[in-house]
Design a binder for this molecule. Structure first.
Ligand code: HAM
Length: 422
C-alpha cells in the first residue's frame, strides 16, 4: 500500500500556510475588538459531552458521523465534531456563569466528522467558532450574526447571503413536528430512507432533504416560521429590526433547520454561491437551555461557526487579482560585484517588512530575471552601476513584465504594500 493521507484529510503545505496565517490573524483581530476572548478546549471529550448537547437525533449521531476511539481504560472518547459542546463544558467547569455577561468565547482549530467526502466536506476540517453566553436578548442574536458577517467581510468576502429563520421554542418545535408527522405519516412509504428515519426521530429535519421526491411531498407544507409561538415570533422580529437598522443584509428562510438538535429560536446560515453544492460557509443559532441540559445553570446562549476550508475556497473564487506566485515578494539581483553584499544587506533590512530573497553572485539582467521567476518572486529588484549613480533601483513585476525605477524610500513603500496585500 502506498502511504497517503487518510481519505477526507489533507496536508496544509508550505505554500498555503500564509493564507491560513492571514485568515487566523484577521479573524482574531475582529473577534478581539468585539470583546470575544479566546478559549482552547481539548480535541477529545467524554462522549457524554457531545451526546447531551448535539442531541440524539442530530445527524452526527444518527448517521454515526462521530470519530470515537477507545482509550486504555476502555472509555469511548469522541474527537470533537464541533466546538460548542466542549466550550459549554468548559464554561460550566470554570464557573463562567459568574463572569460579566455576555461571556464571549472564540476558538479555532480542527474538528472531525466521518462524512461522505466531497468538495467542501472533509473528515478533518477546521472551524472558527464563537459563543455568546448569558444573555437572552434579541440584541445579542443580532450582535452574533452581525459579528459573523463582519468577520467574513473582513476576510475580503463579497456576495454572501445571510439566511435567517427561527425554529421556535421547544413547544413550537413539538407542535411543528407533530404537524409534520400527521401530514407525512400517510406518505411514509414514499419518503427516502433518510427522511423516514427523520420522521421517527426529528421530523423537522425532513425539510433539509436533498431527495427530489421528498421535496415534492413537503413542498406545500407549512414551515416552522408559520407555527411560531408569540414569544418566539416577537424575539425573531426584534432580531430582524436590529439587523435592518445596522444594515446587515439578510433574507428570511422560513425552512431553515440545522443539522444539530440544540437550536431554539434564531437559526441562521451564511452562504456563498462560488463554492459548489456545499454552499454554507457557516451557521449557528440560539441554544437557550443547552447548558442546563448538560447539567449546568440555566444559561441562554447563541453562537456560530464557519468552516475555514470553505471560506478559503470562497476567497479564492472571488477572482481577485491576487498573484499566483508563491515565492518571495521581492528577489534582489546584483548586476555587478559591488552590489552583491549591498543587496544581501538590503534583503535583511527589507525582511522586517516582507519576504525577500537575493542572488548570491553578480548576474546579468536576463539571467537574474530568470532566477527571480524560478524562485516564484513577485518583483525582481536590480541594482548595478547606473542605478547606484542615480540612487535608484530597477524593479520588474514578473507577472506583467512592467519595469520601472524607484528610490530607496519608494522601494520600502512597495515592500510595505506587498506585505499588506494577501
Ligand atoms: P455546523 O453547521 O455543523 O455548525 O458547522 C458549521 C460550518 O462548519 C459549516 O457551515 C461548514 O462550513 C463547516 N463544516 C461542517 N462540517 C464540515 C465538513 N465535514 N467539512 C468541511 N467543513 C465542514 C456547528 O458546528 C455549530 N457548532 C455552530 C454553532 C456554534 N452553533 C452555535 N454555536
Amino acid at each position: 500500500m502506498r502511504l497517503q493521507a487518510v481519505k477526507g484529510t489533507y496536508d496544509i503545505l508550505p505554500e498555503d500556510q500564509a493564507r491560513w496565517r492571514d485568515l487566523r490573524s484577521r479573524v482574531a483581530t475582529t473577534l478581539e475588538r468585539a470583546g470575544v476572548r479566546e478559549i482552547t478546549t481539548p480535541i477529545f471529550e467524554y462522549s457524554e459531552v457531545f451526546l447531551k448537547s448535539v442531541g440524539e437525533s442530530a445527524d452526527l449521531v444518527v448517521q454515526k458521523e462521530m470519530y470515537t476511539f477507545e482509550d486504555r481504560g476502555g472509555r469511548n472518547l469522541p474527537l470533537r465534531p464541533e466546538f460548542t459542546a466542549g466550550v459549554l463544558r468548559a464554561y460550566m467547569e470554570h464557573g463562567m456563569h459568574t463572569w460579566r455577561s455576555p461571556v464571549k468565547l472564540g476558538s479555532m482549530g480542527p474538528a472531525f466528522r466521518a462524512e461522505n467526502v466531497q468538495r467542501g466536506r472533509y473528515r478533518q476540517f477546521h472551524q472558527v467558532n464563537c459563543e455568546l453566553l448569558g444573555q437572552a436578548s434579541p440584541l445579542v442574536d443580532a450582535e452574533a450574526i452581525a459579528l459573523m458577517y463582519t468577520v467574513l467581510t473582513g476576510l475580503g468576502l463579497e456576495g454572501m447571503t445571510v439566511k435567517l429563520g427561527s425554529v421556535g421554542d421547544p413547544e413550537d418545535r413539538a407542535r411543528y413536528n407533530e404537524y409534520l408527522r400527521q401530514e407525512l405519516t400517510p406518505h411514509e412509504s414514499e419518503l427516502s430512507e433518510t427522511s423516514r428515519t427523520r420522521l421517527a426521530l426529528n421530523p423537522m429535519r425532513i425539510l433539509d432533504a436533498k431527495d427530489e421526491g421528498d421535496q415534492a411531498l413537503i413542498h406545500e407544507l407549512k414551515r416552522p416560521l408559520d407555527l411560531l409561538g408569540d414569544e418566539a415570533r416577537q424575539h425573531f422580529e426584534e432580531v430582524q429590526r436590529y439587523l435592518t437598522q445596522w444594515q446587515v443584509p439578510y433574507e428570511l428562510d422560513p425552512s431553515i433547520v440545522r443539522g444539530l438538535d440544540y437550536y431554539r429560536r434564531t437559526a441562521f446560515e451564511v452562504h456563498h454561491q462560488g463554492i459548489g453544492a456545499q454552499s454554507a460557509l457557516g451557521g449557528g443559532g440560539r441554544y437557550d437551555g443547552l447548558v442546563e441540559s448538560m447539567g449546568g445553570p440555566a444559561t441562554p446562549g447563541i453562537g456560530w461557526a464557519f468552516g475555514i476550508e470553505r471560506v478559503l475556497d470562497a476567497i479564492q473564487q472571488r477572482g481577485s487579482r491576487q498573484s499566483k506566485r508563491q515565492g518571495p515578494r521581492l528577489f534582489l539581483v546584483p548586476l555587478d560585484d559591488e552590489a552583491v553584499a549591498e543587496l544581501a544587506g538590503l534583503a535583511q533590512k527589507l525582511r522586517t517588512i516582507t519576504s525577500v530573497e537575493f542572488a548570491y553572485a553578480r548576474r546579468n539582467p536576463g539571467k537574474g530575471l530568470k532566477e527571480a521567476d524560478r524562485a516564484g518572486a513577485r518583483y525582481a529588484v536590480m541594482r548595478g552601476k547606473s542605478e547606484r549613480e542615480q540612487e535608484r533601483y530597477t524593479v520588474k513585476e514578473l507577472d506583467s513584465g512592467d519595469q520601472f525605477e524607484v528610490s530607496p524610500t519608494q522601494l520600502e513603500a512597495l515592500a510595505q504594500g506587498l506585505d499588506e496585500e494577501q
